[in-house]
Design a protein around this ligand. Structure first.
Ligand code: GCB
Length: 596
């Protein structure tokens, strides 16, 4: 019984403690991207014996045995002959038979390895949706759950010279107690969706570092792994070169006065930073800025900023979209947002890739990053909380040094219950404990006493730095013209950000302004929404829903939706709808200081 329980815990995914691993220039990384053999396993045959008794995981598919090498033995799988999927990449967009697939799937590739004496090796995964168990040479390294954040395992003692077998059991089954839960409005793309790497580092290496800037002082903490030593920090363009010793805990601290040029959307200035400790050297690019909420304003570098935003899913611009796999695909999305006139992105509804965050920073977007506490997750469950917190910690840990990120968001459209309140207030506390330098938010909802007098009454807004809410007047509530008569009651004293508004239209579908899903209707939603939004006291920004039509199994209307949520300002191929130009005109005028 005990054995069974341990294995079940393993299958369900015990949580790895979130650890940082800075992966920038200077790291020796071997990409494990490319074709991986896969076996679809809806019944978990690779784990269970035929009467569903759990096998020791190492007894079944992790053993990587081959039928075709010796046909006198009954082995009913062989990865060598199995088809392949590209990694990184979701499985749904790569094979028609996996389009709707939710369940278990096995991945296997080999790694040809030549050990270098004195080096340590780590396997790093950018993201695997949703949970996985990782085996190397028939040793289970561990499990991870949460589909959007990175994790890693040390494999120094498991790798061997020559051919190594790396196997992942991945499962994207939705679950009541999971984060997100059973019901969400995007595609449940499964698989090894972000790049896996084999990373080699010296015995003692710089695991991570954190930079803080308060306007006059830069503080840097450097975290060493495998020992301690003297750390050198250089920011050549500031003429800075400093040394500090890592203490017993392996942390080296720096603190000095500096006046770097500030990072901002108009001037996304990044500085090279070099860190050295013994044989380990890291190079990164970082920006310096301050952000805070003061009264009803968001101050970036002490000046009020209006967030000209748009909400984005991590999905490619393509007739057959999937999760973004590389910089080019991320860039295609960001260029659309640039053309729209944005200085801000809401990265919805889960952590996007590090590539996305870094490119957005280079291109001058402020960012809202979010975890998938979406709609109605199991607020009463301690495990669900631990999972949500772990995803939050992994997200903050990964992106702590990104100047572009100004908002951490803990939830989207969650119900007003006391269990949810205590769950989210704990998450907010955790966010502030990890990072007191950024704003904390959550996308809440309006109360609906009557269409014309919506009230934002959610107590959660008392705990966050912003009052952010989603509203769909002109789509889910009333008609576009109703916006003219709406009077909002919104808590005062904090900046207000409209985290969603919009409606649906099929690109190229034209008709009257009264006909739903036409480009004309959607353009009218935007024309009516914008003056209404600008009349809300404290308004400091907005992120219309959303940049691009995205896949969702909740949108089956044949001939119009065909499995796409049609609320994009562009369609899945990037073709601009009329509403795009309404928004673009508004943002251009706003940027030029011509509108309110
Ligand atoms: C929302 C959700 C978003 C949905 C959107 C819609 O409020 O936050 O995830 O996709 O509405 O299209 O209904």
């Amino acid at each position: 019984m005990r054995k069974r329980l341990t294995l079940i815990a393993l299958l369900l995914g015990t949580l790895l403690p979130a650890q940082a691993f800075t992966l920038t220039e200077g790291r020796e990384c071997l990409s494990l991207g490319g074709p991986w053999h896969y076996i679809v396993d809806p019944m978990d045959t690779g784990i269970y014996k035929y009467q569903m008794q759990l096998q020791k995981p190492t007894k079944r598919y992790f053993a990587d045995r081959h039928f075709y090498q010796d046909k006198t033995r009954l082995i009913e799988y062989d990865f060598d002959k199995a088809p392949t999927l590209q990694v990184p990449g979701d499985w749904n967009s790569q094979s028609e038979r996996l389009y709707f697939y939710e369940g278990s799937l096995w991945y296997r590739r080999t790694i040809d390895f030549r050990p270098v004496p004195g080096k340590r090796c780590f396997l790093y995964f950018g993201a695997v949706n949703y949970k996985c168990m990782v085996g190397l040479n028939n040793t289970i390294l561990g499990t991870h759950k949460g589909g959007f954040t990175p994790f890693w395992f040390e494999v120094t003692d498991v790798l061997k010279e020559g051919e190594n077998s790396l196997i992942l059991w991945v499962n994207n089954t939705r679950g009541t107690d999971e984060v997100p839960t059973l019901n969400f409005d995007w595609w449940n793309y499964g698989g090894i969706t972000r790049e896996p790497l084999l990373v080699s580092v010296p015995q003692t290496f710089i695991r991570d570092y954190r930079v803080r800037f308060d306007g006059s002082e830069i503080a840097v903490s450097v975290f060493l792994d495998g020992g301690s030593g003297s750390v050198t920090l250089e920011i050549p363009e500031l003429g800075l070169r400093k040394k500090a010793c890592g203490g017993k805990d392996g942390v080296a601290e720096f603190r000095f006065k500096a006046s770097p040029e500030r990072w901002s959307p108009e001037h996304p200035r990044l500085y090279d930073i070099h860190l050295r400790c013994g044989d380990d050297a890291l190079k990164d690019r970082i920006g310096f800025r301050t952000v805070r909420a003061e009264g009803e304003q968001i101050l970036l570098n002490d000046k009020p900023v209006f967030l000209r935003g748009v909400a984005v899913h991590d999905e490619t611009v393509s007739p057959n979209p999937g999760r973004c796999r590389n910089e080019e695909e991320v860039r295609a999305l960001l260029e659309l947002a640039k053309d729209l006139g944005c200085n801000f992105l809401r990265l919805a509804h889960y952590p996007h890739s590090e590539q996305m965050v870094r490119l957005a920073e280079e291109m001058g977007f402020l960012l809202w990053e979010e975890i998938p506490c979406y709609w109605n997750i199991n607020w009463a469950s301690e495990e669900t909380y631990a999972n949500a917190e772990n995803q939050l910690v992994e997200m903050i840990t990964r992106d702590y040094n990104r100047a572009a990120t100004i908002i951490w968001s803990v939830a989207n459209e969650t119900p007003l219950t006391s269990e949810r309140m205590s769950f989210l207030s704990k998450l907010i506390d955790k966010t502030r404990e990890m990072d007191p330098t950024r704003l904390v938010s959550a996308a809440i909802q309006k109360e609906k006493p009557d269409l014309y007098h919506p009230v934002i009454a959610d107590e959660l807004a008392k705990l966050t730095d912003l009052v952010s809410f989603n509203q769909y007047i002109g789509w889910y509530d009333g008609k576009p013209a109703d916006c003219d008569s709406v009077r909002w009651t919104v808590p005062s004293g904090k900046p207000v950000v409209i985290s969603e508004f919009g409606g649906g239209a099929l690109y190229g579908n034209h008709g009257s302004e009264a006909e739903l899903f036409t480009e004309e209707y959607l353009a009218e939603v935007y024309r009516k929404q914008l003056p209404m939004i600008m009349g809300i006291p404290g308004i400091s920004g907005m992120s219309p829903w959303c940049l691009k039509d995205f896949r969702s199994p909740k949108r089956p209307l044949t001939g119009i939706q065909d499995d796409f949520n049609r609320k994009g300002l562009v369609d899945e191929q990037g073709r601009r709808k009329m509403a795009f130009f309404v928004m673009q005109d508004f943002y251009r005028a706003k940027a030029a200081g011509l509108s309110q």
